[in-house]
Design a protein around this ligand. Sequence first.
Ligand code: UT7
Length: 330
Amino acid sequence: MTAGRAAVVCGIGAALPPDVVPNADLTARLDTTDEWIRSRTGIAQRHVAGPDLSTTDLAAQAAADALATGEPATAQALVVATTTPDRCCPATAPAVATRLGLTGIPAHDLAAGCTGFLYALATAAGLIAADTARTVLVVGVDRLATLPDPADRTTVPLFGDGAAAVLLRRGSTDEAGALGPIVLGSDGTGAELIRADRPGALHMDGADVFRQAVDRMSTASRQAATAAGWDLADVDRLAPHQANSRITAFVARQLGVAADRQLGNIAETGNTGAASIPLLLARSAADGRLHPGHRTLLTAFGAGLTWGATTLTWPDLCPVRLPEGTAHDR
Ligand code: UT7
């Protein structure tokens, strides 16, 4: 990417459904315990959208917040990463753009499982490099709580709903907020390991997914750091997709990133799919664990199988407005 055509993060926003489901609510109806869920996954609660809060609603809320904190506060294109759109057709993004008063801009969805946000960053960077847009909104949104069979104790506790968005603008590679090279990959031979033919019918081979998630995120992280010219010892913050705190601990250990440099919010959100990384960034920026100037490594793994990683030095953004109901149980 040439100087002047880099994609630079200049705004961030987030949205979580107000309804919180603590582990205790699940132990009342499933053969599980709070202790099992916390110790095996790190999850204490998750936010779950009721029937009156759609994927489009969550995406629009997060995108509006990202625009409000953005400099400039406008977008010339919109990409929505989601595996759980409200409808098969049409896509979510044009409706979100219209709700933001941006009817007419290029707007599309992409599906790449829990790696969707990183795929969308790459797409947005491409739109900027192609001169299609100087500012691009990227939304990661999922309602993953709709996917498990409500009676399946092995998957219900893992997932939650949410959205988060970043605004990117055209800028220089040496600016804070500029995305480094984005490493992406996929492997369709693992398609059956995480699959849902319809809502309520999720199947996941947890142990195999666990192993592959650790391997793929560690490898992609090393590749992204090398491509950016970073030594792993230079990484101030690791921002991994939040699927399981044991997965992220293994990844951090493989990369040699110390515990005080790992960001995590899975205790309060569970796995929110494409929303996971931007929600983590918004949360961490708001509570001070992520500062301007921190060299930050993002990595994700998900259904497909898909994976990816990238780097950025965290920029000095307008204060992030935290979604309601996120400040407890930490
Ligand atoms: O976003 C990317 C996609 N998803 C992921 O990355 C998730 C990856 N996988 C995981 O996070 C973990 O594999 C799980 C959390 C899904 C499962 O943890 P695990 O340590 O791999 O457990 P396991 O599947 O090997 O199951 C161990 C035992 C089993 O019992 P038996 O067969 O040993 O008697 C399960 O039936 O734990 C049992 N179990 C539970 N027990 C109580 C599974 N779920 C529960 C539960 N409560 N909720």
